[in-house]
Design a protein around this ligand. Structure first.
Ligand SMILES: *Cc1c(COP(=O)(O)O)cnc(C)c1O
Length: 325
């Protein structure tokens, strides 16, 4: 079962590719009341999944609500912490069992490598729900007949199976050069995240006051729907990604995009360089306004991933591009 506010690539993996493999997902509104969340579980639900800060919706997950529901149903909570990174949120503190990352984003930080990571807290008791997790609690014929929970214990069962069986079989192993580049990026993660947050907060506050901006979504803005959750789970900042609407809809947003000089127009996000995307004229350009609304993307929406440039230069770029609208 997964939050419906998740990255599009993950949604496709869950809703289409994994379905073909016989694994079905139930999707739930992450903001739904707790009883509705509990009611969505099925007898064969094996895990609950969400994103700390969802890409691109920028919803902040009520992590404890999700953890309570998962544990009440004897399944682990898995959270994608790509946008928040460990510098801004440590999901294990709030009851998450397993954390995933696209390391392609802030962890590398420079668009140098593609990769991912799984971090297991070791806190989920697989043996207490052994019937649900035979892959961990019964012998693996493909790996010396090992029973992972017996041989590696609660703390090592899941992550050892992921490495010795699944990485081996699926080939999701990073090249040494990519692993080295990722290690270099991680060395400066806390410094970079502090600067991304500071710049994004300033950009969001500036946008909010601009007459040509219809709305701004950033959980660091007082009054944002997710402000209170962000104060609890993201006290040091809400990452660099801000979304906003340009007054005048799709055509106005296109004129704004064409006017940008410093910010790069790119589908990539969460990078040292400022990356901007107008889904209605790029990733979602085949959709009309009604189809966009159904996909949760408004025609005026601009996703602005604030980089590490001088914030005055970024605001000057935004200012001159908005003049052209
Ligand atoms: C980009 C992204 C992914 C997928 O990452 P890749 O490294 O591009 O495969 C997964 N989750 C989130 C939240 C993302 O932003």
């Amino acid at each position: 079962m997964a939050s419906s506010a998740i990255y599009g690539g993950t949604y496709n993996l869950f809703a289409v590719t994994m379905k073909r493999m016989g694994i079905e997902f139930t999707f739930v509104d992450p903001d739904c009341p707790e009883d509705e969340l509990n009611a969505a579980f099925k007898p064969n639900t094996k895990a609950l999944f969400g994103e700390t800060i969802a890409n691109p919706a920028l919803t902040v997950l009520d992590i404890e609500k999700f953890a309570r529901a998962a544990h009440a149903h004897g399944v682990p909570l898995i959270v994608d912490n790509t946008f928040a990174t460990p510098a801004l949120c440590r999901p294990f503190q709030w009851g998450v069992d397993i954390v995933t990352h696209s390391t392609t984003k802030y962890l590398d930080g420079h668009a140098a490598t593609v990769g991912g990571a799984i971090v297991d807290s070791g806190s989920f008791d697989w043996n207490a729900h052994a019937d649900k997790y035979p892959g961990l609690t019964t012998p693996d014929d493909s790996y010396h007949g090992v029973t992972y929970t017996e041989r590696f214990g609660q703390g090592g069962a899941y992550i050892t199976k992921a490495v010795v069986q699944l990485m081996r079989d699926f080939g999701s192993t990073p090249a040494p050069m990519n692993a080295w580049l990722l290690g270099m990026g991680i060395e400066t993660l806390p410094l970079r995240m502090a600067k991304h947050c500071e710049n994004a907060q300033a950009v969001a506050e500036w946008l909010q006051k601009h007459e040509k901006v219809a709305w701004v979504r950033y959980a660091g803005l007082p009054g944002d729907k997710y402000y209170e959750l962000a104060r609890k789970y993201l006290p040091n900042g809400c990452c660099g990604v801000v979304s906003f609407g340009v007054k005048g809809g799709r055509a106005a947003a296109e004129r704004f995009m064409a006017g940008l000089k410093l910010a790069s127009i790119a589908t990539h996000v969460a990078d040292a360089k400022t990356c901007v995307l107008h889904p209605a004229s790029a990733t979602h350009r085949q959709m009309n306004d009604a189809e966009l609304a159904a996909a949760g993307v408004s025609p005026d929406l601009v996703r602005f991933s604030v980089g590490l440039e001088d914030v005055n230069d970024l605001i000057a770029d935004l200012s001159q591009a908005l003049e052209l609208v």
